[in-house]
Structures are given as structure tokens and as C-alpha cells.
Design a protein around this ligand. Sequence first.
Ligand code: BJW
Length: 250
Amino acid sequence: MSEPHIPAALIQRLRSARRVAVLTGAGISAESGVPTFREAQTGLWARYNPEELATPEAFRRNPQLVWEWYAWRREQVRQTTPNAGHLALVEMERRIAEFTLITQNVDGLHRRAGSHQILELHGNLFRTKCFNENRPVESWPESTDIPPRCPQCGGLLRPDVVWFGEMLPAGVLRAAEHAAATAQILFSVGTSALVYPAADLPLTALTHGATVVEINPQPTPLSPQATFCLTGAAGVILPALVAQTWGLVA
Ligand code: BJW
């Protein structure tokens, strides 16, 4: 396969950049084998719409169904490993003075790849909290209840992720907005750019004069405004970008 073309002007800007932010979405984990959020689900879950499962209303209506959906997704993610796109971002972090990786993903693959400066906007599949009290819960007594119960208050346990209609963790969102507003370059990688407030971050960067680069095989609502659109898979484009910028072997 031929090496993807990265515009020379982008390589120049990246070489001299001190502050870079990267916003990732489900597409970056696609090449690890994690289905993207909006692609059709498989097997037992094929008849459900993810947008209708990822809400507090769905959990109130049928907590067992929603808990089992997340248990199934946790199991899928456990069987995967980070891919070349995740690893290229680890290399980028090593070379940029102020680097912030903002992810909408709940799969933990950036941390497993070795990235450090990570802001998880939508939480993490592998953490659990109490639905009543919104407090993190690390362990609970064995039981046949699905979902299990909070050991403190007896409420239902839920995954510590952000559902539609819920607030994002305030400190994390503030830090992401600061990174976007101060970045010289912001990359938007593998996201459909449909979900807010994450979808506002590239626009914030543009307003503050940053170069905004989209990496995605498909156009998104961000594409017409991006400074550069690199069309293709993150696992191909990101290693080529890093290799062509810093002369590493892709
Ligand atoms: C590849 C690839 C490869 C494939 N390489 N790329 C302003 C306007 C309108 C609505 C709102 C607004 N502000 C708030 C809202 C409401 C709502 C919202 O945004 N709705 C939209 C759908 C319109 N937002 C919220 O409710 C947020 N809360 C909030 O704003 O609180 C304040 C408030 C409350 C109430 C009212 C108003 C304000 C919370 C959003 C939480 C999102 N949570 C989820 C679920 C997390 C847990 C879970 O995973 O189950 O987060 S939804 C889902 O979408 C998940 C994802 O993180 C997120 C983004 O999806 P992503 O990552 O972009 O994935 P996909 O599947 O959509 O796209 C994959 C992309 O990859 C595609 O483009 C492919 O082409 C590409 N791709 N292979 C590179 N190899």
C-alpha cells in the first residue's frame, strides 16, 4: 500500500508546534476491532439502537438490559489491543511540549497504548458508579442481582459513562476547552462530530486561530471548516503523519 500524502504545510506546522490537542472518537478504535458507536450492532444487540440505550431513561426503564449491554461491550474491549493509530499518538505526545489527548471513547485503549495526558470526556466502561448517589463504587458483594446493588445505599450500580442528557465531568470538560482554545493545532480523529459539547471543541480551536485537521475515511459536519481533511483510516494516516513529521519509521 502506498504511503498516504501528508501536506507539507501541515508537517511544517506540526514540527514547530508547542501546543497540540487531539480529539478522538470511536473511529480510532475501529481498527482494534471495537465497533464504532453508530455502526450497526451485531448478534444479540442487532435490534437495539445504541442512541436509545445510552440514556438515563433507558436505564430507569430496563436497568438489566442496559447493564448487560455494557457488560457485553466491556468483554469485547477486553479482547482487543491498541492499534497503530493509538500508538502514533503516544509518539506524538513524546514530541510535543504541551500535548492533550481528549477522547470521547470509553474503552481505555489510549491509556493501554501508553498515552498519559488523557481527558476522558464520556467516562470509562471499566468504572462503575451508583445511579442514586453518582459516587464511584469499586467493589460490591457477589450477588445474582443484575445490575448489582450499591454496597452503601442499596441503589442500582451503573457504568461510569456519560449518557445523553447528562452533564460531562465539569473539570474534564473545562480542561478540554482550555486545551482546544490554546492549541496551535487540533486534530479531530475518528469522530462523526455529531455529539456536543465534544463537537464544539474543534470550532473553539478554529475561533482561536488554530489549524484544525480532520482524520476520517468519511466527511463529517466539521469537514467544510477544517483546515486540512486527511481522508483515510486513523491507523494508516496517523503513523504516516508522525513518520513524515519526525522521520520515524511508520
Ligand atoms: C474512522 C475509522 C477509522 C470509522 N479511522 N475514523 C447542542 C446541539 C444539539 C444537541 C445538543 C447540544 N448540546 C447538547 C446536546 C444534546 C446531546 C447531543 O449532542 N446530541 C446530539 C446527538 C445532537 N449531548 C448530550 O446530551 C451531552 N450532555 C450535555 O450536553 O449535557 C448538558 C445538556 C443536557 C441536557 C440538554 C442539553 C444540554 C452528553 C453526550 C454524551 C454522549 N455519550 C455517548 C455514550 C457514551 C457511553 C457509551 O459509549 O455507551 O458517547 S453517545 C456516543 O457518541 C458516545 C461517543 O463518545 C459519542 C461520539 O461518537 P463518535 O465517537 O463520534 O462515534 P461514531 O460512531 O458516531 O463515529 C465514528 C466515526 O469514525 C465515523 O465518522 C466514521 O467515519 C469514523 N471511522 N472507521 C478513522 N478506521
